[in-house]
Design a protein around this ligand. Structure first.
Ligand SMILES: O=C(O)CC1=CCC(=O)O1
Length: 271
C-alpha cells in the first residue's frame, strides 16, 4: 500500500486540503474503487486482504472518515451527509468522475447516500454487512451496550466476539488495540448516533445503481433476512451473497474469498 497523507500537494486550495480525508492507495488499474470502513475500525481493517487484490484491474483507495486513522485530526458533524460530501471531494481530488464504492457496516448507508446524491458518479456499490438508510434502531439496552464500547475495553471485546460468532480473545484484543489507537474518542458516540438515528429510506427506493450486498452467516444482527427487507427490497439491481463461516468482518475473517467476491462483481462489463 502507498501512503498518501491528506496534505497531498495536488489538492487545489487550502480549505479543501485541510479537510481532505486521509487515504491509502493500492493498485493502478482502470476500475476506481473507494473503500470505506466501519464504526469501530479504520482503513487498517483491509490490510489482510490487500495482497489478494488485483491491482492491475482496479485502483483501490481506502479512506479514513473524519476522526479515524489518517483523518484522526479532522473534526466534523459526523453525519451521513458530511461523509458523502467528503467522499465526493476525495473523488474529485483523485480525478475520479465516476467510481465504485464499498461501504462496511456503518458506511453501508453512505453507499446509499452517495448513490442518491450523485447517481451519475456511482458506477457500482458494494455494501458489506451494512447498516442501511433506515439506520440500526437499537433499543435502549443495546444502545447503552454499544455506547459503552467507546470507553469500556471488556465491552468492546465482547462485541467483537459476538459479531463474529465467537472468535477468540486474541482477535478481540487486536481489534481493541487498533480501535483505541486510531479512533478519536470525541467522534465515537456521534457516529454511533448517526448509525442509529439516520433515516433516508424514501430517497433510495428504486435507485438503479448495481449493488452487491454481502453478509457473513455468523453475523447475528445484519443477516440475510435483514438485507432482504432493506437493500434487496429497495434496490432493483441488488444481488446478495452470504459468506459461509464468516461474521461481521469478511475482509479480516475471510480475506481471499472476500477479495474474489468483490472483484467478480467489479469485473462485470455490463455496467
Ligand atoms: O461496525 C459498525 O459499523 C457497527 C457495528 C458494530 C457491530 C455491528 O453489528 O455493527
Amino acid at each position: 500500500m502507498t501512503h498518501l497523507p491528506s496534505s497531498h500537494p495536488n489538492v487545489g486550495n487550502d480549505a479543501a486540503a485541510a479537510s481532505l480525508l486521509g487515504f491509502v492507495r493500492h493498485g493502478h488499474g482502470p476500475e476506481p474503487v473507494l473503500v470505506l470502513h466501519d464504526w469501530l475500525g479504520d482503513h487498517g481493517n483491509y490490510a489482510a486482504m490487500t495482497p489478494y487484490l488485483d491491482g492491475d484491474a482496479c485502483t483501490y483507495v481506502f479512506a479514513d472518515l473524519r476522526g479515524y486513522g489518517l483523518s484522526r485530526h479532522l473534526t466534523g458533524a459526523c453525519t451521513v451527509d458530511e461523509i458523502a460530501a467528503d467522499c465526493l471531494a476525495l473523488a474529485d481530488h483523485l480525478g475520479w468522475p465516476r467510481f465504485n464504492v464499498l461501504g462496511h457496516s456503518m458506511t453501508g448507508m453512505v453507499t446509499q447516500r452517495l448513490a442518491a446524491n450523485a447517481p451519475d458518479r456511482i458506477k457500482r456499490a458494494i455494501a458489506v454487512c451494512p447498516v442501511s438508510a433506515a439506520g440500526n434502531r437499537l433499543g435502549p439496552d443495546a444502545y447503552a451496550f454499544f455506547a459503552s464500547t467507546a470507553h469500556d475495553d471488556e465491552a468492546f471485546c465482547r462485541l467483537m466476539q459476538y459479531v463474529t460468532g465467537g472468535l477468540g480473545r486474541g482477535w478481540a484484543q487486536a481489534k481493541l488495540r487498533r480501535h483505541r489507537a486510531s479512533v478519536a474518542p470525541a467522534c465515537r458516540i456521534p457516529y454511533l448516533d448517526m448509525l442509529v438515528h439516520t433515516d433516508f429510506v424514501d430517497e433510495v427506493r428504486g435507485l438503479t445503481t448495481p449493488y452487491l450486498v454481502i453478509v457473513g452467516d455468523k453475523d447475528p444482527g445484519l443477516d440475510e433476512a435483514a438485507m432482504r427487507q432493506t437493500f434487496l427490497a429497495w434496490h432493483p439491481n441488488a444481488q446478495l451473497r452470504v459468506m459461509p463461516n464468516c461474521g461481521h468482518y469478511p475482509m479480516q475473517e475471510c480475506p481471499p474469498a472476500f477479495a474474489a467476491l468483490i472483484e467478480a462483481f467489479l469485473a462485470d462489463k455490463a455496467v
